[in-house]
Write a protein that binds this ligand. Structure first.
Ligand SMILES: [Zn+2]
Ligand SMILES: [Zn+2]
Length: 146
């Protein structure tokens, strides 16, 4: 992914273009796996923690990244569906119903991945229960570990 597209993403979300923001987005675009704040610290040592955390926070707020449900331990982040759509097919209208996608954690390599094409199935609850959020984390073995 080249730099103009990264700038487009920032412009699209009314964010000022800074090298830190560009580098963080680039890293997510280049990674096929979800990243933790620790991964960012390790891979972008030229920025201090505060800058990286602030950038993550801004991106979550703007809907560029989303927080991935995780069973304890580190928080992982992935690109939002909106950004994936923006990058793959700019003309496609955003999905009408905003369903969450499934997340997958490999028990062998420990990597977590967004599965943007696999949506969380509709959940039916007993009467008088109201859903505010549904998160689905599937565990198993990724293609590389089989
Ligand atoms: Zn694996
Ligand atoms: Zn995800």
């Amino acid at each position: 992914m080249d730099t103009p597209s990264v700038k487009e993403i920032l412009h699209h979300h009314q964010l000022r273009v800074t090298s830190g923001r560009c580098d963080v987005i680039q890293l997510f675009l280049a990674s096929s796996y979800a990243l933790s704040a620790k991964d960012l610290e390790n891979q972008l040592p030229q920025y201090d923690r505060v800058t990286l955390y602030r950038t993550l926070h801004t991106f979550i707020e703007k809907g560029i990244l989303h927080l991935i449900p995780h069973d304890g331990g580190l928080a992982y982040f992935g690109l939002s569906d909106e950004i994936r759509q923006l990058l793959t097919d700019k003309e496609t209208a955003t999905r009408t119903h905003h369903a969450e996608h499934i997340h997958f954690t490999c028990t062998a390599c420990g990597r977590t991945k967004c599965l943007p094409d696999n949506l969380v199935p509709e959940v039916t609850l007993p009467e008088n229960y109201q859903t505010s959020e549904v998160a689905l984390l599937v565990k198993g073995q990724c293609p590389e570990c089989q």
